[in-house]
Design a binder for this molecule. Sequence first.
Ligand SMILES: Cc1cc2nc3c(=O)[nH]c(=O)nc-3n(C[C@H](O)[C@H](O)[C@H](O)COP(=O)(O)OP(=O)(O)OC[C@H]3O[C@@H](n4cnc5c(N)ncnc54)[C@H](O)[C@@H]3O)c2cc1C
Length: 112
Amino acid sequence: MYNKQVTEIKGTNTVEEVLFQDGTSLKVDGIFAEIGAIPNIEIAEMLDVELEGGLIKIDDDCQTNIPGIFSAGDVTSKIKNPLSRQVTTSVGLATIAALTAAEYLEARFTTK
Ligand SMILES: Cc1cc2nc3c(=O)[nH]c(=O)nc-3n(C[C@H](O)[C@H](O)[C@H](O)COP(=O)(O)OP(=O)(O)OC[C@H]3O[C@@H](n4cnc5c(N)ncnc54)[C@H](O)[C@@H]3O)c2cc1C
């Protein structure tokens, strides 16, 4: 439900209903309080990492525009659908980022 502001949570022993500012209400069994999450991209901004829509831009290998800087998870613009920002998708990207970082280090620092 978009553009709704919760004004009251009602229930006797457990949560039963939420009331909205516009006078409507919804019967519910529980509530997750989650709103206004702001991605923590300060460190990326400090390092001049390219952003996309306020999130860290990465390629398919989880590399940013700066060689040697990799990113994964919710803070990246890779996951377009907010509903897909889940532990599983973040862990998947983190796996790719870690393997790409290992390859990067190996290529640079392995003596032949
Ligand atoms: C209320 C709520 C319920 C959720 N329920 C589910 C669920 O049931 N199932 C599911 O799959 N997903 C769920 N999610 C989403 C899931 O939590 C995220 O998608 C997932 O945690 C993202 O993982 P991440 O590693 O990208 O980021 P995070 O888990 O946020 O980890 C980022 C870490 O980096 C640290 N950090 C930030 N800046 C710095 C810095 N400068 N230096 C060092 N460390 C830093 C933070 O402290 C944090 O520990 C839920 C999220 C919320 C908010």
